[in-house]
Design a protein around this ligand. Structure first.
Ligand SMILES: Cc1cc2nc3c(=O)[nH]c(=O)nc-3n(C[C@H](O)[C@H](O)[C@H](O)COP(=O)(O)OP(=O)(O)OC[C@H]3O[C@@H](n4cnc5c(N)ncnc54)[C@H](O)[C@@H]3O)c2cc1C
Length: 376
């Protein structure tokens, strides 16, 4: 039995309470995702590379599915087991990091809270609870993404173990693993560039009567701001209820003008705010990545709207949240589907192609987070 084999190498957590806890993550917000979860067979905790080697050997011999798990704060069901007999692998004890030559070199279980965030190019709103491995494998944008790009833009090198062996990936090859939700390899080491953030970020808030005016104003900041959010009145009121807002509002995090605030305050009212807002209101929600030249088309949409201007591989777009909508606007862009557990429903096509090619090469049995990446 798998249990007796595993217990030679790992402590096993088999009680119902633990298995329940590890069957769900922050995807609980989505009723669609909640229905899909299976209880894991058991949970193990890894703390070093040797553990990963042992795990891979056992997988090659006994062919069981695994789901890797950091702090479980992803909102897309990325750590929800979809198959029976899944072993959930907790990485939160697999820690250790150093800063060297303009880089952060870290093991996956290190938490942002331990590492410190000030010199990280992009920082997720959930930084106060997330692991760096979970962010690299499951995250996308964050505070700083407008200047510095998405997670896949800042990772220089990754080490991963797969059922077909060990890989050190560099350059654009990291796209095979970043944001692939642990479907293409177990990350054991991350090398990420760091930046200098010497001054305090200031927050500028401006009100406008049309989206077009708000967008024109925003464009002045896209090359110098850490973030620019354009929110319509109902969304702005929900997020910062004590301020007075116009029909459309621009919130800019920059170094020149505005009110001083702590980095923590700024980050926690930025992108992931949709999660807090939905948690509060329980309304429907989804998001679209819209090219900036098409953004004006959402002017009349009935919804609470937040446009987070972002950059991925030098290309600007709006990562746009719609809450309490009747229907999503039909605009050429890409859906970043917040109710789908499938990696395919949120990754740009060329990066997705790389993930699928790598998956076919290293995990044709689909043992790594099975069902999350459609690749056949
Ligand atoms: C309030 C809130 C705000 C948020 N804000 C943002 C934001 O601004 N930007 C953003 O991108 N996301 C955001 N998120 C979601 C986000 O993806 C996570 O918070 C974070 O990136 C995940 O870290 P984690 O440690 O919780 O990982 P988990 O949720 O545990 O895991 C995430 C994925 O990584 C995989 N994984 C974990 N470890 C490894 C490993 N060693 N090797 C391979 N795969 C692995 C898991 O299988 C899973 O697929 C937010 C979530 C919340 C609740």
């Amino acid at each position: 039995m798998l249990e007796s084999i595993f217990s030679k190498y790992f402590t096993l957590y088999t009680d119902l309470e633990t298995r329940e806890k590890y069957s769900i993550d922050y995807g609980y917000l989505s009723p669609v995702l909640m229905r899909l979860r299976k209880l894991p067979r058991f949970v193990i905790k890894i703390s070093k590379e040797e553990d990963v080697k042992t795990l891979i050997e056992l997988m090659s011999e006994y062919h069981f599915p695994i789901v890797l798990r950091g702090a479980g704060t992803n909102t897309l069901g990325e750590t929800i087991p979809l198959r029976d007999n899944t072993v959930v692998v907790d990485i939160t004890n697999f820690k250790g990091y150093e800063r060297r030559g303009g880089y952060l070199i870290t093991k996956p279980g290190s938490e942002f809270n331990e590492i410190g965030i000030n010199d990280l190019p992009t920082i997720p709103t959930s930084y106060y609870m997330a692991t760096i491995g979970g962010y690299v494998a499951g995250g996308s944008l964050g505070f700083g993404s407008l200047r510095n790009g998405a997670v896949w833009d800042i990772v220089e090198e990754l080490e991963v173990y797969t059922p077909k062996g060990f890989y050190r990936l560099t350059g654009t090859d990291v796209y095979s693993v970043v944001q692939s939700a642990g479907t293409t390899g177990i990350i054991t080491k991350i090398k990420m560039r760091t930046i200098k953030r010497d001054k305090k970020v200031k927050v500028l808030r401006k009100q406008f009567s049309t989206l077009s005016e708000a967008l024109d104003f925003s464009l002045e900041f896209v090359d110098k701001a850490e973030f620019v959010s354009i929110r319509n009145k109902p969304m702005a009121e929900l997020i910062e209820p004590n301020l007075s807002w116009g029909k459309w509002n621009v919130i800019v995090g920059n170094y020149e003008e505005g009110d001083e605030a702590s980095l923590k305050e700024i980050i926690t009212t930025f992108a992931g705010t949709y999660f807090t807002a939905v948690n509060k209101t329980k309304v429907n929600y989804n998001s679209l990545d819209i090219p900036l030249e098409k953004l004006k088309e959402i002017e009349g949409v009935k919804a609470l709207i937040s446009c987070e201007l972002s950059r991925s591989r030098s290309k600007l777009f709006s990562h746009t949240y719609f809450l309490n909508y009747e229907s999503l606007p039909e605009i050429d862009g890409s859906v970043f589907n917040l109710h789908s557990y499938k990696v395919n429903d949120r990754v740009e096509s060329d990066r997705l192609k790389k993930m699928i090619e790598f998956k076919r090469k290293v995990d044709e049995e689909d043992l790594l987070n099975p069902g999350k990446l459609v690749f056949q």
